[in-house]
Design a protein. Structure first.
Length: 267
């Protein structure tokens, strides 16, 4: 079942309008069978994990399979990071970064077939996936004021999907953004596999490129896991899967299979 996706939601003010699909300003096996028949009302699926674990691809496929919307929270942090780099703001200055995040108007599209992100009305889908943004985003995401701002916006986007449902991916979804999510998934993979995946995403194939990406992932893992505000961690009750040797369909099938054995999903 394909969800009826509306226009992008501009995060800053009214979730009720967003639920209507407008561009509104916003500041057990039996269970698996039932899920396959259509989305559970108000279903929230939280997908967490480090970079390169496959969470974006898996989250989008879960959204398609379950007929839900999709939110990439990492894209929101990347959008703020890209804006900071564009405006030459010192990313090590928490106050300057927080003020930037407070002023920025982010618009997110929640169609899993065509997710999008814009800043102040300008699409930045390609710009936020550069190596420069990837290497700077952890510093931006570590600023407590930025996290508070974006978490509030993410919760508004989630609320705007009711009475439908949404798959939300990031690094603190099951623990902070949506701790009451009916389904929580934590994806991981070996650092080597993650580095290879990320290099491919960047269009790089050389051994030196992969080694460089591996070092960058190690650095980001350390930063994300040790930050004071909402560090990367396995949420309580999460389904933990190592995707190193699994295809996307295999991961999705396993998640749905385990959901069928979980009392967290009611139909």
């Amino acid at each position: 079942m394909k969800p009826e996706h509306g226009s992008a939601l501009s995060v800053g003010d009214s979730a009720a309008d967003g639920a209507k699909g407008t561009s509104a300003p916003l500041g057990s096996e039996g269970s698996v069978s039932a899920l396959a028949d259509g989305p559970v009302e108000g279903l929230i699926v939280a997908v967490d994990g480090p970079g390169g674990s496959g969470k974006s691809t898996v989250a989008r496929e879960l959204a398609r399979r379950l007929g839900l919307r999709y939110l990439d929270t990492g894209a929101m942090y990347r959008a703020v990071t890209q804006l900071a780099l564009e405006r030459r703001i010192d990313i090590e200055d928490p106050q300057a970064v927080a003020e930037l995040a407070e002023r920025a108007v982010l618009s997110v599209g929640t169609d899993p077939d065509d997710p999008s992100i814009a800043v102040d009305g300008v699409a930045v889908d390609a710009e936020i996936r550069t190596r420069a943004v990837t290497n700077a985003v952890s510093a931006i995401a570590a600023v407590p004021a930025v996290r508070a701002r974006l978490v509030a916006q993410q919760r508004q986007v989630i609320a705007a999907t009711r009475p439908g449902g949404i798959v939300v991916e990031g690094r603190d979804i099951g623990s902070v953004v949506a701790p009451d999510a009916q389904i929580k998934v934590f994806l991981t993979a070996s650092t080597e596999v993650r580095a290879l995946r990320r290099s491919r995403q960047l269009g790089e194939k050389g051994v030196d490129d992969v080694a460089r990406t591996l070092a960058e992932l190690d650095r980001r893992d350390a930063l994300d896991s040790s930050r004071a505000a909402d560090p990367l961690a396995i949420p309580a009750g999460a389904i933990v899967l190592d995707s190193s040797a699994l295809s996307v369909p295999e991961v999705v099938d396993e998640v749905l299979r385990r959901c069928g054995q979980s009392s967290n999903v009611t139909t």
